[in-house]
Design a protein around this ligand. Sequence first.
Ligand SMILES: Cc1cc2nc3c(=O)[nH]c(=O)nc-3n(C[C@H](O)[C@H](O)[C@H](O)COP(=O)(O)OP(=O)(O)OC[C@H]3O[C@@H](n4cnc5c(N)ncnc54)[C@H](O)[C@@H]3O)c2cc1C
Length: 389
Amino acid sequence: MAGLTVAALLANSRQAEALRLTVIDSAPRPSFDPDDDIALRVSAIANGSADILDNIGAWDTAVSTRACPYEHMRVWDGADDSDGASTLKFDADEFAVPQLGFIVENLLIQDAILKVLDKTDVSLRFDTPIAAIDSAGGTYRVQLEDGREMDADLLIGADGARSLVRESAGIDVTRRPYAQTAFVTHLRPQESHGATARQRFLDDGPLGMLPLADGRISVVWSTTHETARQAMAASDEELGSMLTEASDQVLGELVAAGPRGTFPLCAQHARNYVLPRLALIGDAAHAVHPLAGQGANLGLADASTLSTVIEEAIKKGEHPGDRPVLRRYERARKGANATMLHLMTGLNQLFAAGSPTIGELRRAGMRLFNVSGPLRERAVKVALGAGRQ
Ligand SMILES: Cc1cc2nc3c(=O)[nH]c(=O)nc-3n(C[C@H](O)[C@H](O)[C@H](O)COP(=O)(O)OP(=O)(O)OC[C@H]3O[C@@H](n4cnc5c(N)ncnc54)[C@H](O)[C@@H]3O)c2cc1C
């Protein structure tokens, strides 16, 4: 998502004529068929990210095809009631916006951006794994697995958490594995999801329940590796019972109704985002806990900032790959991403702390947060704005 977005932003920019853009991806070209069932991977897309996708002309396709707007958010402590005084409640009305965000399939977003890219001069190379990267004489040489080579004046590494670009360039990361795996599936709830994104914090990790366009919910259950393994192996009936219990029946009985998958979770941050002629964006630069659904949003904000920096540099006659130019991008994004990363790690730890005293303090803090106007407003502004601060 991050790589396609930066390519589309640059291809549609006023400086597009000065650029020759190539997207290289080891995976096959993503393709979306509306007749297919809702795919396993969905993302909560904040209004700010929708604006970025709108700038490149991809949002209308995504939103009109199969996106579920959510108007309410409820976050509560597993030891409390979903409707208790400590439950964090956010409603679109209160912030004078039609919705707080949208739940959209990752595949649909990629497909919508690709439809835009198809109308540009960007060269798209799917099924093309990169084998190695060398820097020589001020450019990067990309060696493809099929033996071909390409030179780049600027290499943007948008190749995910295990980025080869990052590793080959020798950029270190700070990494902190969570003792959790995310189990993901769709379920049919007995009661209507009411266009509400829900999160229940349990001792083993948060259970996210996101509304889908067809009335089902997408569940992201960050839990112990063992529970995730059991959920994968469970029969549909067993899985329904496990998640009905984990959700405290907030939507009544949950019935298993979709594919399943697990994802390892870790907090990761690259020490640098840029080197001369090279920039990292998206998960290649940072991986955050999915508990607040921010990873893809941060990647889209990176793409937007980087494309603006490149566009402005070309306008001023600067080389977009020069380090002082790329540092403008790094300065604009690294702090904001670090804040989100620490916040997600801290929240996850705070809720996982088993001590009853910490639990009581936590709930008291949540009750306080509920009556603190400015703090709530700030939190929602950040969440609505795709992590841009
Ligand atoms: C369970 C779960 C739920 C989540 N929910 C949300 C959510 O609700 N909202 C949200 O904003 N975020 C969410 N996230 C995070 C979000 O999914 C990621 O942040 C986002 O997908 C990262 O996108 P990206 O484009 O940076 O990287 P990726 O999606 O990892 O893309 C990397 C690309 O690089 C290619 N590539 C890799 N190596 C090579 C190579 N050697 N050669 C060529 N190509 C290569 C890959 O094929 C891939 O296409 C969630 C994450 C998880 C695990």
